[in-house]
Design a protein around this ligand. Structure first.
Ligand SMILES: [Ca+2]
Ligand SMILES: [Ca+2]
Ligand SMILES: [Ca+2]
Length: 347
């Protein structure tokens, strides 16, 4: 057996040991992506059962950023090629959600492309009869726009840093009402002074200065936000005017090394979280805050056979958890083929 293959077997065994259970519970490859779709990230389940998937292609941006569709039988097709930022020539598509209007709302994180001068944006892909018609710029001036959630009359966007120099580092969530979007993009004021900023919090981790990341609303309309660097999950209760009236730390650490993308099961309220640093997927009980690790395997699995390879996002569909392996070359990880969406079984 070759050394790499032996390493992979060792990693799989570690995965089994951590999980302490049979291999049938482990991840499998749901979708294997060709090189032209080398970096997957944000996902959202559409009303018709397909999943929309952002492909920012950070790892090899010779290939343009795309939105793909994963059909109910796990086949992929292209929805749209995202337009590049006019000044940077890049587009860093991270979070995605679908509005009540059926259009796609997408965060363009320019910081991930190396541009930290408030060039990040919120985009909208206008959809008609399942086809992309055009892409609009709704908001400019984010430092690091990341997750997107459409809820009620507004679209919410996490800003992963409000100030890259500050320590501890502030980050937060912006809120925009659909009615505010006009022919010209909204231009945000920098540094957390803009009136659209709904909430902010601090990240104390000095090594991983990554703040507000994954986000979602539960069936009661409570807002969950991940604080990536502090490996915590926060929950905010909003009043009918949309203002924050309370904040709780639902979970922190307890097996989580970072909290990246999240999705909430609308039936159980359990919060499913991708853990980029831990190379894991966890679920958090909304009542007790208890963290259950659904799957974890060591770094540098390659993603072979469906093993996690720096997961950044999750998406729930039927009895499955889809996991996007962003596979960024950080934290001793190497970007390598295969490029995958892993699938775990949901109990
Ligand atoms: Ca993320
Ligand atoms: Ca890989
Ligand atoms: Ca890798």
């Amino acid at each position: 057996m070759e050394r790499k293959a032996m390493g992979i077997v060792a990693v799989m065994l570690v995965g089994l040991l951590i999980n302490g259970c049979a291999s049938s519970k482990g991840p499998k490859i749901g979708v294997e992506l060709p090189e032209k779709y080398n970096t997957p990230d944000g996902m959202v389940l559409a009303p018709d059962g397909s999943i929309y998937l952002n492909i920012p292609n950070f790892n090899n941006d010779a290939h343009p950023a795309k939105v793909l569709k994963i059909t109910t039988n796990d086949k992929i097709s292209e929805v749209v090629t995202l337009p590049k930022h006019p000044e940077t020539g890049k587009v860093g598509a991270l979070g995605i959600d679908i509005g009540p209007d059926g259009h796609l709302y997408i965060a363009d994180n320019q910081s991930m492309c190396g541009f930290n001068d408030h060039q990040s944006r919120l985009l909208r892909v206008i959809m008609k009869d399942g086809k992309a018609v055009k892409t609009e710029v709704l908001v400019t001036g984010f430092l690091q726009s990341n997750a997107v959630s459409c809820h009620g009359d507004s679209v919410y966007v996490t800003e992963t840093s409000l100030d890259l120099e500050a320590d501890p580092m502030p980050s937060g969530v912006y809120r925009f009402k659909y009615g505010e979007f006009g022919t010209q993009p909204i231009q945000l004021q920098p540094g957390g002074t803009d009136r659209h900023l709904l909430l902010k919090f601090l990240t104390h981790n000095k090594e991983w200065r990554v703040g507000a990341n994954g986000m979602g609303f539960d069936a009661e309309g409570r807002l969950y936000v991940c604080n990536f660097g502090d490996a915590s999950l926060l929950r905010y209760t909003l009043n009918s005017a949309g203002q924050v009236v309370s904040r709780e730390e639902v979970a922190k650490g307890d097996g989580m090394q970072s909290t990246d993308g999240l999705k909430i099961c609308p039936k159980t309220g359990y919060v499913y979280i991708a853990d980029f640093l831990g190379n894991a997927v966890h679920k958090v009980c909304p009542e007790s805050g208890k963290v259950t690790t659904i799957w974890q395997n060591e770094n540098n699995s390659g993603g072979v056979g469906g093993l996690l390879d720096k997961p950044s996002e999750v998406c729930l569909r039927g009895k499955k958890i889809y996991v996007a392996n962003i596979d960024l070359p950080f934290d001793d990880n190497e970007h390598d083929a295969p490029h995958t969406i892993s699938v775990l079984k949901l109990k």
